[in-house]
Design a protein around this ligand. Structure first.
Ligand code: ATP
Length: 303
């Protein structure tokens, strides 16, 4: 049966500005290239789940502008239902300004816009109640995420939280309605105060600290070191696929969307689901860009 996934999250237009180096204060510098691409963790995760064959609906907001139309069109083209994406005439669509230096290093400025103006009133109760899985990140207001996860839990819908960026706490109230918390190593460090390194002892301590906050299951993604999973007392390190990485943008988002699309209602296949998410995200890092790099289920099957 096709899985119904609702992604509550951010829709951003990425303005990627290529420059030789970071400009100095007061300097005027010519850009070598400017490109525009669809982005936002929510959008990437929704597309990742849709490419795995899930029936995906989006809850979010855009401004009444060309960027908003672009983001709606992007989701629709990728088979994501946008009926619950609202248009806010007061604020613009979210935008990210990515300063990409020739060295490959990037600095990102973000304007949340309509994502930050999302309210509890924008939540489509019935859509969440009828879903199998609800996925959210930390790019929309905390109270909206909490309200959505409460609706989900009242209706036995699985909830996956990607606490990215780590701007809010994992409160006991939110953890009581969250099934899986999925940070990357930076977010895990910010949330626990423990310096995360690729060491089993340290990763166990970080997982203990997350569990002390009420986390039921955690998956810490570790880039080219794979991921570390804690499900109660059971812990394991899922090894990554060995690939020639070109661009890691959206690796984490691909991992989350894929996991959401295959996880069983009782989490009994967590190990296999992580394995599939590892493969999907490894494929994504071998290709440039965010949404264009996300693989289909056939590509993952044939890997
Ligand atoms: P991003 O912010 O770039 O989307 P992230 O920081 O949220 O990513 P990462 O921990 O970097 O997420 O990566 C997520 C998953 O992608 C990893 O757990 C791993 O499975 C896979 N991955 C990332 N980088 C590599 C790599 N170089 N080789 C193989 N797999 C990778």
């Amino acid at each position: 049966m096709t899985k119904k996934i609702v992604v509550l999250g951010s829709l951003n237009v990425d303005n990627i500005m290529k420059m030789p180096r970071m400009p100095l204060v007061g300097e005027t510098m010519a850009l070598t290239e400017v490109t525009t691409a669809p982005g936002g963790k929510g959008a990437n995760q929704a597309v990742a789940a849709a490419r795995q064959g899930a029936n995906v609906s989006f809850i979010g907001a855009v401004g009444n502008d060309a960027n908003g139309q672009f983001m709606r069109a992007t989701l629709l083209t990728n088979g994501v239902n946008v009926d619950a994406v609202s248009t806010n005439s007061e604020v613009p669509t979210g935008t990210a300004y990515i300063m990409l230096q020739e060295s490959g290093a990037n600095t990102i400025l973000l304007h949340g816009g309509a994502n930050q103006a999302l309210t509890v009133g924008d939540l489509n109760h019935a859509l969440i109640a009828e879903a199998d899985v609800l996925v959210a990140q930390f790019e929309v207001p905390f109270e909206v995420i909490l309200a959505a996860f409460k609706i989900a839990k009242e209706n036995n819908v699985q909830t996956i939280l990607n606490p990215a960026p780590a701007v809010y706490d994992l409160t006991p109230e939110l953890m009581a309605v969250t099934d899986i918390v999925l940070p990357n190593e930076t977010e895990a460090q910010l949330l626990t105060g423990i310096t995360v390194i690729n060491d089993e002892g340290v990763l166990n301590r970080v997982s203990d600290e997350l569990q002390a906050k009420g986390v039921s299951r955690s998956i810490i993604t570790l880039g080219d070191a794979g991921s570390f999973i804690a499900d109660g007392k059971k812990r394991w390190w899922a090894q990554p696929q060995k690939v020639d990485a070109q661009d890691t943008t959206a690796a984490g988002d691909t991992f989350i969307g894929t996991l959401a699309s295959v996880i069983e209602p009782d989490f009994s296949n967590l190990e296999e689901a992580v394995q599939r998410a590892n493969i999907a995200s490894a494929i994504a890092v071998t290709r440039p860009g965010a949404i264009p790099s996300i693989p289909t289920s056939d590509e993952v099957d044939n890997y």
